[in-house]
Design a protein. Structure first.
Length: 256
């Protein structure tokens, strides 16, 4: 994984004029079908759509540890990459599977949702990563990169529209939000969903521990070995080996 210090980092913020909310066409069954095909496959390709559907239909709900073992083996037909020794629990939803790449011995908990999104989005896991139940990882056309031995606890939400990188051996507690995009809200005369969004990369370096119910906002970097307290809201960079708490998160001391 890339190693950087937060003091020499330049944040690149992108303004996207997209409208929030993907509208369903008012008329035309064909348009509705093609929109759904593109949403789950990343392209308007019926062959890929039916292959994905066939694989997931017969394997998604297989019970017990047998199903958890069999799913990664069968999903190799449609995923970008599946390493050895992986376990996927039942009811894991994977959209655009050809842009989901995972290393060896990765665990995906029940009812997770994996969605690279857009025409260029991708999600990559290193070896021995763990993702607990009910987590959502949406790249929305950006990139989400999870390092080796990273642990993501129950009910976390990652939005990688502006790119997210999480380093090796990092731990995310339950109910954490990591969101690399925010809504533009400068004009009160226009609904905020019509004003576009700002995207900025989030980098959580290696050996970081983030406590339950914390939020990491677009553009933030959390340095190597840092600790973020439960319920904190990270809006700015956290130096390596620091302990930060509060809303917004502030450094209270160093671990060194």
């Amino acid at each position: 994984m890339e190693k950087k210090t937060v003091h020499k980092r330049t944040v690149r913020t992108m303004i996207d004029t997209q409208i929030t909310g993907e509208a369903i066409p008012k008329k035309g069954l064909k348009k509705k079908v093609m929109l759904y095909v593109e949403h789950v496959c990343g392209e308007k390709n019926f062959i890929k759509f039916f292959l994905n559907g066939f694989v997931f239909l017969f394997c998604k709900e297989l019970p017990t540890v047998f199903g958890s073992y069999m799913r990664p083996l069968v999903y190799k037909m449609v995923l970008g990459k599946v390493g050895h020794g992986c376990l996927f629990e039942r009811s894991v939803r994977i959209d655009i599977p050809s842009r989901f790449f995972i290393g060896d011995r990765v665990f995906l908990g029940q009812n997770c949702w994996i969605n690279p999104g857009g025409k260029t989005g991708e999600i990559r896991f290193g070896n021995d990563a763990f993702v607990a139940h009910f987590c959502t990882l949406r790249a929305e056309g950006g990139r989400i990169i999870i390092g080796n031995n990273a642990q993501i606890s129950r009910n976390c939400y990652l939005n990688g529209a502006g790119d997210i990188e999480i380093g090796d051996d990092t731990m995310l507690g339950p109910n954490i939000s990591v969101v690399s995009v925010s809504h533009v809200h400068s004009r009160p005369d226009i609904p905020m969903r019509l004003q576009g969004v700002k995207k900025a990369r989030i980098h959580i370096e290696s050996d970081v521990w983030i406590g339950a119910n914390a939020t990491v906002s677009a553009g933030a970097t959390i340095g190597k070995g840092a600790v973020v307290g439960a319920g904190a809201v990270v809006t700015k960079d956290i130096p390596p080996y620091s302990i930060a708490v509060g809303v917004p998160a502030k450094v209270i001391r160093s671990r060194e």
